[in-house]
Design a binder for this molecule. Structure first.
Ligand SMILES: Nc1ncnc2c1ncn2[C@@H]1O[C@H](COP(=O)(O)OP(=O)(O)OP(=O)(O)O)[C@@H](O)[C@H]1O
Length: 374
């Protein structure tokens, strides 16, 4: 578990250390106090851009009037079985694009963070996850896949890189510069392979997530019946071999060339797949649900993800921004009970401590004030 977090020139924090107890941590304070900044810091203990999807330079502290962010660092102490491990991340020079990761003082590949911690988060933006843009939903789902299957991130980024290159060739071709067909073929082979691997990983994750959701059916949160649209994912779910899925992607891409060139967009492929959810009790698409209903479905999904990760060596930690927003009193109490029952470290933010009243005496309450903790 995390026992201390130190922020140095990170966002609104010049220098601050928070000792952390086991279980739930409630971060309360007025708007702009720095609660989300703290969750963002914790979300950096996994590869990627964190819960705001921000770049490393944006995270460096800026005084009013300063244009560039400073060099920054976020460090956590993990304690367990009498051992202590120190995780750190940040940039050493202002404006550096890539954050570096240190584990016990040694520079490490960001992927190594997954040996120690698996942060899972939900933010207010996800309160309309099922009615918002498809690309965001797929990104959300890919993060769930990746937390248990670290290769998935590299697969998706290899796919996206090849997709961008292919589109550039096609658009150049449409503008009169002849696209090299051999290069296009080669890119589509790469897209087939990476696309098939991504689809197989997604289909497998969907299956385990659905089982975890089904196993939670006596809980007060609504159940979702999940699905994935996309031919490649459907083939994967039906047990097709990677080669067959790759061939189908390749052929579809080859057919789609003229359309993509004319549209200036890639209109075919597993980047266009989507996560669907049916509100089981209501037998209606989640997209039709209210913000509160969608949030409850997302929380159920996130808690299912936590159970699925709990069997793994690295501990999941839960980050819930604006946890009580849109949840009625019963659901809020149920969420708190469940977090306690799971015995997991959960960091929750909200403007008022009162919103977390049922947790009084059962959680660490931290008042977040400009640049520090009360
Ligand atoms: N790079 C930065 N340097 C300095 N301050 C920053 C930086 N990035 C963000 N901030 C400041 O952090 C504050 C926002 O913090 P944060 O989003 O954590 O607030 P919050 O407590 O979650 O508020 P709310 O309750 O409104 O969600 C803003 O005042 C913003 O100006």
């Amino acid at each position: 578990m995390i026992t201390a977090l130190t922020l140095t020139d990170f966002r609104s924090y010049a220098s601050a250390t928070l000792p952390i107890e086991a279980g739930a941590v409630v971060l309360h304070g007025p708007n702009g106090a720095g609660k989300t900044n703290l969750l963002e810091a914790l979300s950096l203990f996994t590869p990627g851009k964190g819960l705001r999807g921000a770049s490393a330079p944006e995270m460096g502290r800026r005084e009013p009037g300063e244009s560039g962010g400073r060099a920054w660092a976020v460090a956590a102490v993990l304690t367990g079985d009498g051992d202590e491990i120190r995780l750190g991340t940040g940039v050493q020079t202002p404006g550096a694009a890539r954050r570096i990761v240190r584990i016990d003082g040694e520079t490490a590949q960001p992927g190594r963070l997954l040996d120690h911690l698996r942060p899972v988060w939900a933010t207010p933006e996800q309160d309309r996850l099922f009615s918002d843009a498809r690309a965001e939903r797929l990104k959300f789902f890919d993060r769930l896949v990746f937390a248990a299957d670290p290769d998935h991130a590299a697969t998706v980024s290899a796919y996206e890189k090849a997709l961008r290159e292919r589109l550039r060739l096609l658009v150049d071709g449409a503008e009169g510069r002849e696209a090299d067909p051999i290069w296009l073929d080669a890119l589509e082979v790469r897209l087939g392979e990476a696309g098939a691997a991504a689809a197989i990983a997604r289909a497998a994750a969907l299956k385990t997530l659905q089982s975890a959701i089904d196993a939670r059916n006596d809980r007060p949160f609504p159940q979702a019946d999940l699905g994935l649209t996309g031919d490649a994912e459907t083939m994967a779910a039906d047990g097709a071999e990677a080669d067959a899925i790759a061939a189908a992607i390749r052929e579809g891409m080859a057919r789609s060339r003229p359309r993509d060139a004319a549209a200036g967009r890639s209109l075919f492929g597993p980047h266009r797949s989507d996560l669907t959810a049916l509100h089981r009790e209501k037998n209606r698409p989640a997209a039709e649900g209210s913000s509160g209903e969608q949030k409850a479905l997302v929380l159920n999904l996130i808690l299912a993800q936590i159970t699925r990760l709990s069997g793994q060596a690295a501990a999941p930690i839960l980050l819930l921004d604006e946890a009580p927003a849109h949840l009625d009193t019963a659901r809020r109490a149920a969420l708190f009970d469940e977090i306690e029952a799971l015995g997991l470290q959960a960091f929750m933010t909200g403007t008022e401590a009162d919103l977390f009243a049922p947790l009084q005496g059962r959680a660490q309450f931290v008042k977040v004030e400009a640049g520090g903790f009360g």
